[in-house]
Design a binder for this molecule. Structure first.
Ligand SMILES: Cc1cc2nc3c(=O)[nH]c(=O)nc-3n(C[C@H](O)[C@H](O)[C@H](O)COP(=O)(O)OP(=O)(O)OC[C@H]3O[C@@H](n4cnc5c(N)ncnc54)[C@H](O)[C@@H]3O)c2cc1C
Length: 620
């Protein structure tokens, strides 16, 4: 065989290999011609792969014979969550020339998608399994850090919404504050949230328009949790909610002014932030930190143990720094626990579920909406110093998880009023305006524990409008994560449900909406929320129609550390543990058996502020 034929053969092979890869990556002709002479671990060229982070992304990698020379991402990851990872991780991979870079806990989907995309491209470039394994094993070298000891007036553990509210409140009271955060950035679950924050501006025009009041908010919160919540704390939550919104506005956070009913919120009183998801809270917190130097953030620092002085008062925290070094932080005033819940601690949630037997199982087969670091660390640390844990078995699931990941990404609903849930038979099965536990328990009874959200184009007139998680309907449809059709029959076909049943289900539902012969009447499942806030929901009848598949997912843990009205942590005898305060999802006993949608963000701001103020006031 002449050399020229060999060259053609290898060129063809390289081109074919690239064209037939699953992710559709094709090398440029320059790369193909270089391929003939490559002798290293890669076939030089440019390769691309499509992967799914929070949204679909395209990863394009250029390699020479032995190294990555460029990585480009086309993505629409959320600003403040996935976007910074999309910015930094390719640089880290390039610098390391390896794949063992750190996954960012608050953006695991984005991190994993980038790594998957780059790995795919390297495989397209001819990297063998051994090479990939070697690249995955390469970790960035970190210089071992020394053990360190700090002292602050107030020490806060956890940089989610409750922790940052506490820290800034204590700083506003003139204290210097240290915040320990186990991940590399602030946010926790709060930044991933839909941003819906229940608050009533009592007596305002908006409240009047919806027959809403603080009294109704208290009643629904208390009764919605089967009267198991502490009524004193429920009252504080609801009475101080609007102050919390005003405080966030003073810190620079924007709200649209629109109120809506979030799933399981029972009433249109959720305030909608102007920025996507929970990012608005952290833009505001960060701008406070930029202008004030009295709050010091210790990232990549995991608190392990609360320190107690000779009088039994909590006086500091022992933690582990990024390189395994010991970090000790002493508090002159108080210590605030704000480490969030335990939805990602499978062992703990299974044990807690044994108490109530509320859910058939909470083992690893049930995914979670939560960030990976939400593992109940604060609850475990507090119990070790005698804190009383209450209502640990009250665990909330949502029926709205992504079938692959359990996250709320791809959740197409905007507000309760404009959508229904149907099962795989095309039938409604529950009051979609009711309690979260009732909806999810009903979903467990359906085939494959699977349902679809179904709605029409009222909320998405062009498809370019965003859902509550920063995604456009069009992008979800393109990625195959939502269905779109001009008729209900076509929609049913895409969903794989019987068209006749789906059509009949929707006809029946529409009779209760504006203009229907049963308008305003409760339906067979007890649903009363039909009209949207403008009273305009005329039912599901405007093409195009949309649907998205969803499954149960562990969302919120209502049990935790018991606190009183000053956010002081109590022991089993109801006595205050001096020096220890707690706020947010780490606490228990406020929401009872079932937290209303939109009440958790209220909780973290209201009790975060109380905990910060109490910790600042406390002296040993
Ligand atoms: C996807 C999603 C959507 C949601 N949407 C809404 C909504 O729209 N409205 C609503 O009201 N509620 C919503 N919720 C619930 C709400 O977001 C949470 O209950 C709330 O944000 C919890 O805030 P937190 O400050 O208590 O904890 P988090 O925000 O979770 O913060 C806890 C922080 O502590 C850190 N930490 C943990 N352990 C340690 C340790 N040992 N040392 C140092 N740091 C540690 C974590 O890394 C984290 O940063 C949603 C939740 C999720 C997951």
């Amino acid at each position: 065989m002449k050399p020229i034929s060999l060259k053609i053969a290898s060129l063809t092979l390289a081109t074919l290999m690239m064209l037939t890869t699953a992710c559709g990556g094709a090398a440029s002709s320059t790369a193909s011609s270089q391929a003939a002479s490559q002798t290293g671990i890669f076939t030089p060229g440019t390769y691309s792969a499509t992967t799914m982070g929070m949204h679909e992304m395209t990863v394009t990698v250029t390699v020479d014979a032995n190294a990555i020379t460029d990585i480009q991402l086309e993505h629409s990851e959320t600003e403040g969550i996935g976007a910074p990872v999309a910015e930094n991780m390719p640089k880290e991979i390039m610098e390391l020339q390896g794949l063992g870079v750190d996954i960012v806990a608050s953006a695991t989907l984005t991190s994993e998608a980038i790594l998957e995309g780059v790995t795919d491209c390297l495989k397209q470039a001819g990297a063998t399994d051994e090479v990939i394994a070697e690249w995955q094993a390469k970790k960035p070298e970190v210089e071992a850090e020394e053990d360190a000891e700090y002292t602050a007036d107030v020490v806060v553990i956890g940089a989610g919404g409750a922790g940052m509210s506490a820290a800034i409140t204590a700083a506003q009271a003139g204290k210097n504050v240290i915040v320990l955060e186990k991940t590399g950035s602030m946010g926790g679950n709060t930044i991933l949230s839909g941003g819906a924050m229940n608050a009533v501006d009592d007596g305002s025009e908006v409240a009047k328009a919806h027959d809403d009041s603080v009294a109704l908010h208290i009643q629904q919160t208390y009764e919605g949790g089967d009267e198991q919540g502490n009524l004193e704390l429920v009252t504080i939550l609801c009475e101080q909610a609007w102050d919390g919104v005003e405080w966030m506005k003073e810190l620079g956070m924007g709200f649209t002014g629109e109120v809506f009913t979030v799933t399981g919120g029972l009433w249109p009183r959720a305030q909608r932030p102007s920025d996507p998801e929970g990012t608005g809270f952290f833009k505001a917190f960060q701008s406070y930190l930029d202008e004030n130097t009295t709050v010091t953030m210790l990232y990549n620092t995991t608190a392990n143990e609360l320190l107690v002085d000779e009088n039994g008062a909590v006086c500091g925290v022992k933690a582990t720094g990024k390189t395994g070094n010991t970090v000790t932080v002493n508090a002159t005033n108080g210590v605030v626990l704000a480490t969030g819940g335990f939805a990602r601690n499978v062992e703990l949630r299974e044990k807690a579920n044994e108490e109530t037997q509320l859910w058939p199982t909470l083992d690893e087969s049930i995914p979670s909406t939560n960030a990976s670091g939400i593992t109940g660390d604060g609850i475990i640390m507090a119990e070790a110093v005698g804190a009383n844990l209450i209502q640990m078995g009250n665990i909330q699931l949502l029926p709205l998880g992504d079938p692959e990941t359990g996250s709320l990404s791809g959740n197409i609903e905007h507000a309760v009023e404009s959508r229904i849930f149907v099962n795989e038979q095309g039938e409604r099965f529950v009051n979609e305006g009711g309690r979260r536990d009732e909806m999810t328990l009903a979903l467990f009874e359906q085939s494959n524990t699977t349902m679809f959200i179904v709605m029409d184009s009222d909320t998405y007139p062009t498809g370019e409008e965003l859902n509550n998680f920063g995604e456009t309907m069009n992008s979800l449809v393109e990625a195959g994560r939502a269905y779109k059709a001009d008729t209900l029959e076509e929609l049913a076909e895409q969903m794989g449900v019987p068209a006749e049943t789906l059509t009949a289900t929707i006809e029946e539902y529409n009779r209760h909406c504006v203009g229907g012969d049963l308008e305003g009447q409760e339906d067979e499942f007890g649903r009363t929320l039909f009209s949207d806030v403008e009273g305009e929901n005329d039912g599901i009848n405007d093409a195009p129609f949309y649907a998205a598949k969803r499954v149960p997912t562990v969302h919120h843990t209502m049990g935790g550390v018991e606190i009183n009205a000053n956010a002081e942590v109590l022991n089993a005898n109801g006595e205050v543990i001096p020096g220890l305060f707690a706020a947010g999802e780490v606490t228990g006993g406020i929401h009872g058996t079932n937290r209303l949608g939109g009440n958790a963000l209220t909780d973290i701001i209201v009790f975060g502020r109380i905990a910060g103020a109490s910790a600042a006031e406390y002296t040993r």
